[in-house]
Design a protein around this ligand. Structure first.
Ligand SMILES: [Zn+2]
Ligand SMILES: [Zn+2]
Length: 112
């Protein structure tokens, strides 16, 4: 067990927490929104924000690429940051690094 330090555990905890928060928030929002927003006359998809968060990059616009090749691993690696290797963030190809798309419903029904 001597290869797991307190800081590593802390980094893992924070990384997991952040990841959960960023994933959970839009999902909960989307889950609640559909019925609520339609009853309010708002756009079901985006609540009149006219944009939808990108599911690939979680609205950040960047996807972390690195030695582990997936987001949680890269987060962990970055938060440990014990010198040397840097985790590279690459532009999300799904949203062209914007972090969001324009809402198809809103662009369709611009008069509403
Ligand atoms: Zn994206
Ligand atoms: Zn919309």
């Amino acid at each position: 067990m001597d290869n797991i330090t307190a800081s590593e555990l802390a980094g893992f905890g924070v990384g997991t927490l952040l990841l959960c928060a960023t994933i959970a928030a839009p999902r909960v929002d989307a889950f609640i929104s559909a019925s609520q927003r339609s009853s309010l006359g708002m756009c079901k998809r985006c609540g009149n924000l006219r944009m939808i968060a990108c599911s690939k990059c979680k609205g950040v616009g960047l996807v972390k690429g690195g030695p582990f090749g997936f987001i949680l691993g890269s987060d962990l690696y970055q938060s440990l940051g014990d010198g040397g290797s840097k985790v590279q963030s690459i532009a999300c190809d799904k949203c062209q690094a914007k972090g969001h798309f324009s809402c198809p419903d809103c662009s369709k029904m611009a008069s509403v």
